[in-house]
Design a protein around this ligand. Structure first.
Ligand code: UDX
Length: 440
């Protein structure tokens, strides 16, 4: 099948590449010509495990191509996936300008029946807005071309996006047009072949499912984070509590890890966008308001702990930071806790030496004019002469460091473990002071 994917960000690139991998002919469109040139040159602008090899293979096979030519892209695909960004507007609502511009462009150029599939994370009702914009453009041209709009939210985790696309938990199709539903079923049959994991529903339910899913996960994390803060005070260990409650199958073990707050491009933005939708509809989601507030506080918790240990005035101090990305296996620093902690340390007069396996170029870009942040060549190098170690991201390579060496390199043998990577007792056995999140 000929498929167009509009937008070559995380979602668009992964979607286009994986659809090509199973035999479709895919043309990816982006208005960013520099990005398209880079992709045509065989370079992938994001870090996502596995993506580069699969993309290269499909480009070589001629099944995956990239263009900035909007007319060509719209006329190519019988199915057009919209996978552009929906950044938060000033009031927290999702900014739909890119989605609607893509829709307008489809309406402007399409010349045969087209199925428009919205993959971007969008507020309830957007499928109807996309439909209206396309209709408007067709009317302007005096063209009579048939189309259907489908809502097909993505559930990709950064760092595992290829795997998530190839072996999805579920595929949600929000549509009422039988031919469009059949077409999407056929496209996704390559990925859900042996499991009945494709669910068809109306567009509004599909749109809400995406937000509900992220909001539920964010809620679990914030709840565990608040329990961890209580555990800290009452002398309990949140890791034991996690195992204790997770064994109830109604609760389960996933997404119960207390830490220094959630970040990334989805949870913070989607929680706020859902709160906005609720507000616009006169519904108060009090639980979700608290989830967002708790996370803002949690991102500052490491700072509070550092100040409780070293004092409010950190002038002349230098902290080593392991992990800059918002989570492991990505170079993404959007809404990352590291940024809040670095900024807070700067404000208190300290300097930071950071290390991250893949996010350092991104950190350099974000803090480019600030010499208070320097970057080290290795995790151990970051420790040399630093006052203490602050761990912000759960990268595998931080899991079993040579603790004796850590103790030797630090001026004060203190670890602030924002991701609860270590067993407190064993770390203390090396003469290190261990300060985790809700640990005994
Ligand atoms: C999320 C959803 O998981 C995915 O389904 C959706 O499509 C996009 O948003 P992502 O933002 O890539 O994916 O990251 P995720 O792995 O969900 O982690 C989000 C944040 O929560 C990270 O900062 C992570 O460190 C934090 N987290 C996760 C915790 O603090 N505790 C946990 O138990 C799990």
């Amino acid at each position: 099948m000929n498929i167009t994917v509009i937008g070559t960000g995380y979602v668009g690139l992964v979607t286009g590449t994986c659809l090509a991998e199973v035999g479709n002919d895919v043309l990816c469109l982006d208005v960013d010509t520099a990005k398209i040139a880079m992709l045509n040159d065989g370079r992938i602008p994001i870090y996502e495990p596995g993506l580069e090899q699969i993309a290269a293979r499909n480009v070589a096979a001629g099944r995956l191509r990239f263009t900035s030519d909007q007319r060509e892209a719209v006329r190519f695909g019988a199915v057009q996936f919209i996978a552009v960004g929906t950044p938060p507007g000033e009031d927290g609502s999702a900014d739909l300008q890119y989605v609607l511009a893509a829709a307008r462009n489809i309406g402007r150029h399409m010349d045969s029946r087209t199925i428009v599939v919205n993959k971007s994370t969008v507020p309830v009702g957007t499928a109807d807005a996309v439909d209206a914009v396309i209709r408007e453009e067709l009317a302007r041209r005096g063209a009579d071309v048939d189309f259907a709009v489908v809502s097909n939210p993505e559930f990709l985790k950064e760092g595992a996006a290829v795997e998530d696309f190839m072996r999805p938990d579920r595929v949600i199709i929000g549509a009422d047009d039988p031919q469009a539903i059949a077409c999407l079923r056929s496209i996704y049959s390559a990925f859900v072949r042996n499991h009945d994991r494709l669910m068809v529903m109306d567009t509004r339910s599909a749109e809400l499912t995406k937000y509900a899913s992220n909001a539920m996960l964010a809620t679990r994390i914030s709840f565990m984070n608040e329990l961890a803060n209580l555990a800290d005070k009452v002398g309990a260990d949140i890791e034991r509590v996690r195992v204790g409650i997770g064994s109830d199958p109604r609760i389960g073990f996933d997404f119960l890890y207390a830490g220094c707050g959630y970040g990334g491009s989805c949870f913070p933005k989607d929680v706020r966008a859902l709160l906005r939708t609720a507000g616009d509809n006169g519904v108060r989601l009090g639980v979700l308001e608290a989830v967002d507030d708790a996370n803002e506080a949690q991102k500052r918790l490491l700072l509070d702990k550092i100040k409780a240990r070293f004092g409010n005035d950190l002038k002349g101090r230098r902290f080593a930071m392991w992990g800059l990305a918002f989570k492991a296996n990505t170079n993404d620093m959007r809404a990352a806790t590291s940024r809040v902690v670095i900024k807070g340390l700067f404000d208190a007069g300290a300097r930071v030496v950071g290390y991250d396996p893949v996010a350092m170029p991104e950190a350099r870009r974000l803090f480019r004019n600030d010499d208070r942040l320097s970057l080290a060549d290795s995790a151990m190098d970051a420790l040399r002469g630093a006052d203490a170690l602050v761990i912000v991201t759960e990268w595998k390579e931080f899991r079993s460091p040579n603790h004796a060496m850590v103790r030797e390199l630090l001026r004060h043998p203190v670890i602030f473990d924002g991701r609860n990577l270590y067993d407190p007792e064993s770390v203390r056995g090396y003469g290190l002071e261990y300060i985790g999140i809700g640990r005994r």
